[in-house]
Design a protein around this ligand. Structure first.
Ligand code: BMA
Length: 335
């Protein structure tokens, strides 16, 4: 075998290897698939049902501009979607005034201890976006717990098990410190405390400067909690939403073990570059294949459609080992 031309080698190494591979059938769901009139469908939570069916709980925006949630089910997680004929979970502002301007961006965590799915979502109140929580066994009946984090807060998911006896939740409050990821704990999913800063947005020219937030729920691996997060780059022509990766200690998830410096996935395909909001990839859910390694990441593209990208947990961890740095809990002054 002859060695590759040196020039070819250098060109190849100048490229970033694709860690997330787009499905050729993307986008896998658009408003044209919907059984009723909508403006757009995007940002879906995801889970596997006991029979192996993939369930997406999709954010659907109507032509008033308000969002509700609608379930879509598929045997293979790619096509053949059966979509609820009517909205699955509608805002209910009479009983839950915080939902007056819609409910958005659900994340789903199956909790073995409860034998239920915990859905956390943004409730868009007059005071801004807050975080609400609901429990369900079947995505047909929901038990709403109401607001668990007051505005301005969003980008939330529950860990699938208690940590040192407490439920743990990642969220993104807006504070004078900026838009960073926080973790909070609860004995009962209703009362939340022990709030701690978990991961900070960087500053200046960084891709994840000023504003970050959790993407899908944290993924438990033998090495730690693998966390995808989105970073928002503000540019004169608008924002660019991209995806980064970090790893947190299993029993002390406030402790960041590794954080990648560069983004691992960003808008490149036409359906990600152009839509109601250009330049957005925004995953809210994943499912894991039976091999325990292949991960299917469902993401909203340009606030208009749902797309799928696949990756490998092993490859993601290897990438973090090669490219991640130990988070020093850098304060703004250090960066
Ligand atoms: C974020 C969220 C997402 C949305 C994204 C891009 O702040 O509101 O729902 O996809 O902006 O518009």
């Amino acid at each position: 075998m002859t060695a590759p031309e040196p020039s070819l080698m250098s060109v190849e190494s100048a490229h970033y290897p694709p860690l997330l591979v787009r499905h050729p059938g993307n986008p896998i769901l658009t408003r044209n698939d919907w059984p009723y009139s909508i403006n757009s469908v995007f940002n879906a939570g995801a889970t596997l049902l006991p029979d192996g069916t993939t369930l997406l709980l999709c954010r659907v925006e109507d032509r008033r501009g308000l969002s509700h949630l609608c379930a879509a089910r598929s045997k293979n997680g790619v096509d053949g979607w059966e979509i609820d004929r009517e909205p699955t979970l509608m805002p209910n502002p009479k009983q839950y005034p915080e939902e007056i301007w819609g409910i958005e961006d659900p994340r789903i965590t199956f909790v073995p201890e409860l034998q239920q799915y915990v859905v956390t979502y943004t409730s868009y109140s007059r005071g801004g976006p807050g975080v609400s929580l609901a429990l369900t066994k079947d995505f047909r009946n929901f038990e709403r717990y109401g607001v668990i984090m007051p505005p301005d807060d969003k980008d939330t998911a529950l860990f699938p098990r208690r940590i040192n006896g407490f439920w743990a939740l990642i969220h993104r409050p807006m504070t004078n410190l900026g838009a960073h990821m926080w973790i909070s704990y609860s004995p009962d999913l209703r009362h939340w405390g022990r709030h701690r800063l978990m991961l900070e947005a960087r500053r200046g020219a960084w891709w994840d400067a000023n504003k970050i937030g959790l993407s899908p729920p944290p993924i438990e691996t033998s090495r730690g909690w693998l966390v995808f997060y989105h970073g928002v780059r503000h540019t004169p022509s608008g924002c660019i939403y991209r995806l980064g990766l970090a790893l947190f200690d299993l029993e002390n998830p406030e402790k960041c073990l590794l954080r990648g410096d560069s983004w691992i996935f960003g808008p490149e395909a036409d359906y990600e570059l152009h839509g109601d909001v250009d330049d957005v990839v925004f995953p809210c859910g994943y499912t894991m294949d039976a091999d325990g390694d292949t991960i299917n990441i469902y993401y909203g593209a340009a606030d208009c459609s749902i797309a799928l990208a696949r990756s490998s947990v092993r490859a993601l961890l290897a990438w973090l080992d090669a490219n991640g740095t130990c988070e020093r809990r850098q304060r703004a002054e250090d960066v």
